[in-house]
Design a binder for this molecule. Structure first.
Ligand code: HEM
Length: 101
């Protein structure tokens, strides 16, 4: 199955009750239909609409049930920008080289 990639700008557009997307750990979730079923309430999720909710999600210590449920709403991944990609490669190269004698 091919993966859909979205930029953070694209996700940010889905910030209203018509369509609510959130980012958790680099994955994109369409939670429009899940809002009213969320045990933590619709309001909390609405506040994160269009944004990265990773730290909020972690702060509330979700169970493995929640992680399983999330799979149903996953629609894709965040597209990584070229600047970040270069940073990542250089950063890891330095780390790898630091082990050489
Ligand atoms: C796809 C995204 C999410 C899913 C599938 C999800 C699912 C769940 C589930 C199943 C529970 C019940 C307890 C558990 O099993 O851990 C829960 C509780 C909760 N969630 Fe989420 N959640 C999501 C996103 C969020 C976000 C973004 C926030 C915060 C901004 C949040 C805040 C909470 C809170 C505060 C509770 C505790 C409710 C209570 O115990 O009274 N959740 N969530």
């Amino acid at each position: 199955m091919s993966t859909n990639y979205f930029s953070r700008e694209e996700v940010a557009k889905h910030n209203n009750s018509e369509s609510i997307w959130i980012i958790i750990k680099s994955y994109v979730y369409d939670v429009t239909d899940y809002l009213n079923e969320h045990p933590g309430g619709a309001e909390l999720i609405k506040e994160c609409a269009g944004k990265d909710a990773t730290s909020d999600f972690n702060n509330f210590g979700h169970s493995s049930d929640a992680s399983n449920l999330m799979k149903l709403y996953k629609i894709g991944k965040i597209k990584v920008g070229i600047a970040y990609f270069i940073f990542y490669v250089v950063y890891n190269l330095q780390f790898t080289l630091s082990f050489l004698p």
